[in-house]
Design a protein around this ligand. Sequence first.
Ligand SMILES: [Zn+2]
Length: 347
Amino acid sequence: MNSLTKNAASFDRYSRQILFLGIGESGQQRLASSTAVIVGCGAIGASTAALLARAGVGRLRILDRDFVEPSNLQRQALFDESDANSSLPKAIAAQRKLRAINSNISVDGVVADLTPKNIEELLSGFDLILDGTDNFETRFLINDFAVKSNLAWIYAAAVGSYGVTMAIRPSLTACMACLLEAERSPSGVEETCDTVGVLGPVVQLVSSLESTEALKLLAGKENALHGRLISAEVWSGHFQSVAIPRNPNCRACSHREFSYLEGDAQPYVTMCGRDSVQIHERSRSLDLAALGARLSPAVESVRQNDFLLRFRVPPYEMTVFADGRAILKGSQDPAIARSLYARFIGA
Ligand SMILES: [Zn+2]
């Protein structure tokens, strides 16, 4: 097969997408030479990765710090029971599946916890960053990096039956700090999928919306971007599409103060004792009673007094203090501590 026929054969798989006027032959060529990095490969990240791999995005990197667990399978569409039984890292399981879905593109899975130290190395050089994370600490870190480097990224999140997404193009649209920095939860307690649950359909919906904006950007069809924040409450059927103005006083995109990149805003993790790590949080005050009530159905042995709340997620035990500090027993791995904190306390 000469290279021209080979090219035609490999493009034939995209024929229905090329027929779609918004993409066309030129858009498909652009997709083939485009690159995207997906940060976090849980439910939204996995589905977005699969859609972009099938669409023919030329190079994908999948970044994730966790392992596949049986409780992921209800909604994380790339994984199956064998991945959970062997506790495969999600980045590696995703890499295998995505290579099997499309062998014409390049896919690399990276098992890592995104931090201010490694963000430059892990995210530089990609055309687009996609949010598949489960926590706001990482999203603000991505936002600071994207604004500083003038890179597009797409925010996407889901919890319960609610999901939200918005494409962020620094200097052209509002950034995530414009959108969210003024209004964090007053009790300090955030809803997470590990405390209030999440429905499979809402993550698929959010992933579809995120992937559509990604295809427009990567195919060079920027004019088609709607630029709006879309939110969906699938249980009640309430959908919204809202234009978000830039905040002229935004810390990140106006004043260019990148506190998350400097590590100032990141919980600091230190070893304490033979088998535990401490997560320091600054300027956070937690309502322990509210947190206890929320955690009770999701974790084991919740005990609480005025000063601290303790619970078990076997084999770990976490103790959380009212100032946001926490001690995780059962591991010395900062990535596990940060992951459990994000899942149960919210970050
Ligand atoms: Zn901003």
